[in-house]
Design a protein around this ligand. Structure first.
Ligand SMILES: Cc1cc2nc3c(=O)[nH]c(=O)nc-3n(C[C@H](O)[C@H](O)[C@H](O)COP(=O)(O)OP(=O)(O)OC[C@H]3O[C@@H](n4cnc5c(N)ncnc54)[C@H](O)[C@@H]3O)c2cc1C
Length: 480
């Protein structure tokens, strides 16, 4: 006989205490959302403090025959932590301890619920930092970053989460605890760690992560290049990299985004520019001015009308504050927006941006662009009114058309936000049935009963293309 709800709650309270188990509908409402437009209520939420407590919760969920899923900070933008089939949400909020920092070997071991920027702050006294810096880094967790293989503005030069994770401890969907990867240079056998990074919480629950730390750079130069056309700004992106320079960061914002940010936070972004590039180079002080000058010359050759170089750390911070507040700023423009995420080869950015503009014009939707241009990782943000069914339908159509544009231009349907619940029905456009079957088989090895974060990544025939779930205002929790 499976455990019934009362038995399950009683058993969980025994392990985690009464404040570690939420089952009142009022408390559960908080866990209905993430940063996407999806929404669904869990049956209960647990807040474990250790790997063993996570394992015990998973075993009890199995005994009760209910689905379960891990949740970090809920900043995900593809619906990954939405409990679409109900069941138990396993929140990492209390697993937020930095377990060790080893400055000599440049490593740290953290619990999965550690907030991304807390780790860099803790490593700073040793002259080190954790490189992947999603714009949500003041809220999102390292476990969430591992699950989504997150990127960030400074991943252009140094690589995304996968390049900075050495090992994980995790609870498998049957409740067993395993350790994958190692702090050594190589791990013999199949790369199970590589499989888990980016698996979006569908192969188990990561409880501890061993990460690589990198030295803080000696110096930095930050530039804001202002353009009268989006095409010219996009051409400058390719030209900078073609010149053999790989900036630490190379971000683009278009006019609507600049206007929204300035109205929100007043950082001095130009209001009449079609687009700006925020470019950063870092390293040893010597040679940085020359590199910055070279970038300035390239931008001017591609049509930049002006370039502002941050002269002080405060000025640099202000330039970044605008970029990192963009999603919050844009939230003020409409009742809701959906953040899309796709990648194209960076040489195809001009065409991609033109087609995005055209889709917006044709469907009567405002689409803004704030994105990691150096990686060709686009983030079109579509504004819409969730109470207007016609506009919701057009938003969905635009989403589908955007995916087609990314694929047509040789790109893919996500750059860093994952497939989750919003993109899984686009997977067959990208992968053959045989390829999808391989993925299904892999998943079944880990989770034969499909209890661990069901309905994510692989197609289920409902998401953005199927019957709509109630949409709500997408309020990113972080204006990092
Ligand atoms: C304002 C804003 C800016 C953003 N900027 C960026 C950006 O620059 N780059 C970027 O890559 N993303 C960005 N994101 C998206 C998001 O912040 C990242 O995907 C982040 O990694 C999610 O972390 P989280 O802790 O919030 O995870 P959640 O949203 O809670 O979960 C995301 C997924 O990870 C799984 N998961 C969470 N914890 C674990 C765990 N311990 N073990 C296994 N699976 C787990 C969940 O089941 C879910 O599938 C942004 C989001 C917002 C709102």
């Amino acid at each position: 006989m499976p455990l019934d709800r009362e038995q399950l709650i009683a058993a969980l309270i025994k392990i985690m205490g009464s404040d570690g188990v939420l089952h009142d509908p009022y408390d559960l409402m908080l866990y209905e959302y993430d940063g996407s437009v999806e929404r669904a209520m869990p049956d209960l939420v647990v807040l474990p403090r250790s790997t063993e407590q996570v394992a015990a919760a998973v075993r009890l969920a199995n005994e009760a025959g209910i689905p379960f899923l891990p949740r970090g900070a809920g900043t995900g933008l593809s619906g990954g932590s939405i409990p679409i089939r109900g069941g138990m949400v396993i929140s990492m909020a209390r697993m937020n301890r930095i377990l060790s920092i080893d400055p000599v070997n440049m490593r740290a071991v953290v619990q999965a619920g550690v907030v991304n920027s807390d780790l860099s702050q803790a490593a700073a006294p040793y002259g080190l930092h954790y490189v992947p810096d999603p714009s949500s880094q003041n809220a999102c967790t390292i476990g969430g970053n591992v699950a989504e293989n997150s990127g960030g503005p400074h991943c252009l030069a140094y690589g995304v989460t996968l390049n900075h994770v050495l090992g994980v401890k995790m609870v498998l969907p049957d409740g067993e605890i395993v350790t994958l990867g190692s702090a050594m240079l190589d791990t013999p056998g199949y790369d199970l760690l590589g499989l888990v990074v980016g698996s979006e919480g569908t192969l188990g629950i990561v409880t501890e992560v061993t990460v690589r730390l990198m030295p803080l750079q000696e110096d930095v130069r930050t530039l804001l290049a202002v353009f009268n056309s989006v095409e010219a700004a996009s051409r400058a992106v390719s030209a900078i990299i073609a010149a053999g320079i790989v900036p630490a960061a190379l971000e683009m914002m278009d006019q609507l985004a600049l206007q929204a940010i300035e109205a929100y936070i007043h950082v001095g972004y130009p209001q009449d520019a079609a687009a700006v590039l925020l470019v950063e180079v870092e390293g040893l002080s010597e040679g940085l001015d020359e590199q910055a000058a070279q970038i300035e010359a390239i931008c001017r050759a591609q049509g930049a009308r002006s370039i502002r170089r941050a002269r002080t750390p405060e000025e640099r911070e202000l330039l970044w504050k605008g970029r990192k507040s963009a999603f919050g700023a844009i939230g003020r423009l409409a009742k809701a927006y959906i953040t899309q995420d796709g990648t194209v080869p960076r040489t195809r950015l001009p065409q991609a941006l033109q087609e995005i503009q055209e889709i917006g014009r044709r469907l009567g939707l405002r689409i803004l662009n704030v994105f990691h241009a150096g990686d060709g990782n686009l983030h079109p943000l579509i504004l819409f009114d969730p109470s207007d069914p016609d506009e919701v339908a057009r938003m969905k159509q635009a989403t589908g058309e955007l995916m087609s544009v990314f694929i047509k231009l040789g790109g893919t349907i996500t750059g860093e936000h994952g497939v989750g619940l919003e993109k899984n029905d686009y997977m067959p456009i990208l992968f053959s049935e045989r390829e999808l079957d391989l993925m299904r088989s892999l998943r079944h090895i880990f989770d034969p009963d499909e209890r661990c974060n069901p309905g994510k990544v692989l197609p289920i025939g409902r998401a953005m293309t199927g019957e709509a779930t109630p949409l709500h205002k997408s309020h990113p929790r972080s204006a990092a």
